[in-house]
Design a protein around this ligand. Structure first.
Ligand SMILES: CC(C)(COP(=O)(O)OP(=O)(O)OC[C@H]1O[C@@H](n2cnc3c(N)ncnc32)[C@H](O)[C@@H]1OP(=O)(O)O)[C@@H](O)C(=O)NCCC(=O)NCCS
Length: 473
C-alpha cells in the first residue's frame, strides 16, 4: 500500500507506518529530562500547595484563576502581551507557513518534523480516513436528524473507545499506555477519524450516503475533510485550495491553548486512568459550552440578532446591564488583543474575496468591535475580541451550518488534547486530579424519620409539580 507525498513521492506505508520517532520510546514526549520540574518551579517563585498545607493554609481559587496544576512544555501564552507560541514557535509564523498536521506533529513530539517524518505522519493519519462501520451506523440510526452535531460527535467518540478493548486501561490495566507505540497509534486514529466523523454526521443529517473508500491520497488533511463533506460515489469533489488553506489555518489557530477548559478536562479524565476516547469525548463536551468553543456558534447567532449597526448601542447597554454577554469577547488569560483574532480577521477578508461575496455581518462585527474597544466598560476590564469573534464568519462563508462551528473547533483542538494527554501520561509528577472544597454546609445533626417530618414544612422545595394527586403510601 502506498501513499503519495505532496511532491508526488511515493512512500511505503505498510512498512513504515508506526516508525515515527521510535527511538524516543522511553524518554517521554520530547526526549527531554523532566525530573527538574521542581527546581524550575522554585526559580519562578511558585508557592507549592504542599508548603501551604504545612503552614495550615489552603488556597481558595474558584475557576483556578491562579493555580497551576502541572508543568508543561507544549504551549506558551502571555495574556498581558498577547503572545502565543506552540513549542516555542510563534503562532503568526505557524499560521503563515505551516500546515495543521505539521503543527499537530510539533505539539505532540516537541519539534518540527523533517520532511520525511511529516510525510509519514500525514500517511499514518490519512490511514484512518474511513470511520468504522459501527460508528457510521450509530451516526445514521442513533440520533434525531436535528440533534446538535456536538452531542453526536461526543457520543460517537465515546462509542469509538468500545471498539478497541485491547487498549482500554479499564480492561487491560494501566500499563497499556506505557507503550509509546500504543499511545501514538491512538493519536493517529483519533486525529484521522475526527474530521471524518464530523463529515459523516453532516452527511447523515443532510441525507447523503456514508462515504466508503474514497481515494484522497493526494489531498491535505483539510482538503480531504472538505472533500468528505461533498463526496458522492463516482464523483470526487475537488475542494477549493484557498478555502481549504483558510480552514487549515483555523485548525492551526485552534490546535492548542494550554490549560483551557476542555484541555484541563482532558487531563482531569486522563488522571483517573480512563481510556483516551472517553477523555476526548469529555473534552468535546467541555468545548461545547458557549463560554468555550460554543462561542463560535453563539457569536454568529448574536450578530444575527443584533442585525444592524444601529442596534449596537442598545445591545452594548444590555451587556453593561448584564442582560447580555458580548460573545467572542473577553478571555481568562488575555488582557490584550488575542493574537489569533488578528490573524482570523485578515483571513475572513481573504475568504470573502474567494467566495466573491462579503457577508454584511462582517461590517456589523467590525463596528461592534470598534464600539466596544472604545467603551469604558470593556476598556476597564481589558476585554478584547478572542479567537471566536471572527471565526464563525469564515466558517459561514465556506458554507458550514452554524451548529457545526464547534465541531470544527474540536477537529483543531484534538491535536492539543492529544499532546496534553501524552504529556500527562509521561509526567513523573502526575496524580489523580482531585480538588479540595471548603465545606460551608450544616454541622452534625440527627436524622428524623420521614413520618415525623410531615407538616413541618408547608412549601415543598421541589419546584416542578409532576403529581396532581396525593402520594399514596
Ligand atoms: C471567556 C470568559 C468566560 C472568561 O471569563 P473570566 O476569566 O472568568 O472573566 P470574568 O467573567 O471574571 O470577567 C471579568 C469581568 O469582565 C466581564 N466580562 C468578561 N467577558 C465579558 C463579555 N464577553 N461580555 C461582557 N462582560 C464580560 C465580567 O462580567 C466581569 O465583570 P465584573 O468584574 O464587573 O464582574 C468570559 O470573558 C466570557 O464569558 N466571554 C464570552 C464567551 C466567549 O467568547 N468565550 C470564548 C473564549 S475563547
Amino acid at each position: 500500500m502506498t501513499a503519495k507525498g505532496r511532491k508526488g513521492k511515493s512512500i511505503a506505508m505498510s512498512v513504515q507506518i508506526y516508525e515515527v520517532r521510535e527511538s524516543q520510546y522511553d524518554r517521554g514526549d520530547t526526549g527531554e529530562r523532566r525530573k527538574g520540574a521542581f527546581e524550575e518551579k522554585k526559580e519562578k517563585g511558585v508557592v507549592e500547595a504542599s508548603w501551604l498545607r504545612k503552614q495550615g493554609v489552603v488556597s481558595y481559587d474558584p475557576g483556578y484563576t491562579n493555580t497551576a496544576c502541572c508543568t508543561s512544555r507544549i504551549t506558551y501564552l502571555d495574556g498581558e502581551r498577547g503572545i502565543l507560541r506552540y513549542r516555542g514557535y510563534p503562532i503568526e509564523q505557524l499560521a503563515g507557513k505551516s500546515s495543521f498536521l505539521e503543527v499537530a506533529y510539533t505539539l505532540y513530539y516537541g519539534e518540527l518534523p523533517t520532511e520525511q517524518d511529516l510525510r509519514l505522519y500525514e500517511a499514518n493519519v490519512a490511514a484512518h480516513r474511513t470511520p468504522h462501520n459501527d460508528l457510521l451506523k450509530i451516526i445514521s440510526n442513533g440520533f434525531r436528524s436535528d440533534a446538535h452535531p456536538m452531542g453526536v460527535l461526543a457520543s460517537t467518540v465515546m462509542a469509538m473507545g468500545t471498539l478497541y478493548p485491547e487498549v482500554n486501561p479499564a480492561l487491560q490495566g494501566n500499563h497499556v499506555y506505557e507503550s509509546y507505540k500504543v499511545r501514538e497509534k491512538q493519536v493517529f486514529r483519533i486525529l484521522g477519524t475526527m474530521p471524518m466523523l464530523v463529515a459523516s454526521i453532516y452527511r447523515s443529517q443532510n441525507g447523503l450516503a456514508p462515504m466508503v473508500g474514497f481515494d484522497t491520497d493526494d489531498m491535505t488533511f483539510t482538503e480531504r475533510f472538505l472533500c468528505a463533506l461533498s463526496w458522492a460515489e463516482g464523483k470526487l469533489y475537488k475542494p477549493n485550495k484557498r478555502l481549504a488553506r483558510a480552514l487549515d489555518i483555523l485548525f492551526i489557530l485552534h490546535a492548542d491553548h494550554e490549560l483551557n477548559c476542555s484541555t484541563a478536562t482532558m487531563r482531569q479524565l486522563t488522571s483517573s486512568g480512563v481510556d483516551v476516547y472517553t477523555s476526548v469525548a469529555a473534552s468535546i463536551g467541555a468545548l461545547y459550552g458557549p463560554l468555550h468553543g460554543g462561542a463560535t456558534e453563539a457569536v454568529l447567532k448574536m450578530l444575527e440578532r443584533i442585525k444592524t449597526v444601529d442596534n449596537i448601542p442598545a445591545f452594548l447597554n444590555a451587556v453593561k446591564n448584564r442582560e447580555e454577554k458580548l460573545m467572542g469577547f473577553g478571555h481568562r488569560v488575555y488582557r490584550n488583543y488575542d493574537p489569533r483574532a488578528k490573524i482570523i480577521k485578515r483571513i475572513a477578508y481573504e475568504v470573502f474575496e474567494e467566495v466573491g461575496q462579503v457577508d454584511p455581518l462582517i461590517d456589523l462585527a467590525t463596528e461592534l468591535e470598534r464600539t466596544a474597544l472604545n467603551d469604558e466598560y470593556f476598556v476597564k476590564r481589558k476585554l478584547y475580541p478572542n479567537v471566536d469573534f471572527y471565526s464563525g464568519l469564515i466558517y459561514k462563508a465556506i458554507g458550514f451550518p452554524t451548529e457545526y462551528f464547534p465541531c470544527l473547533f474540536a477537529i483543531g483542538r484534538t491535536a492539543g488534547w492529544l499532546a496534553h494527554w501524552n504529556e500527562f501520561l509521561v509526567d513523573p509528577e502526575k496524580k489523580i486530579a482531585r480538588p479540595m472544597q471548603l465545606y460551608k454546609g450544616q454541622g452534625k445533626r440527627d436524622y428524623v424519620q420521614v413520618f415525623s417530618r410531615w407538616g413541618k414544612r408547608r412549601n415543598s422545595r421541589i419546584s416542578s409539580r409532576v403529581f396532581t394527586g396525593r402520594l399514596k403510601k
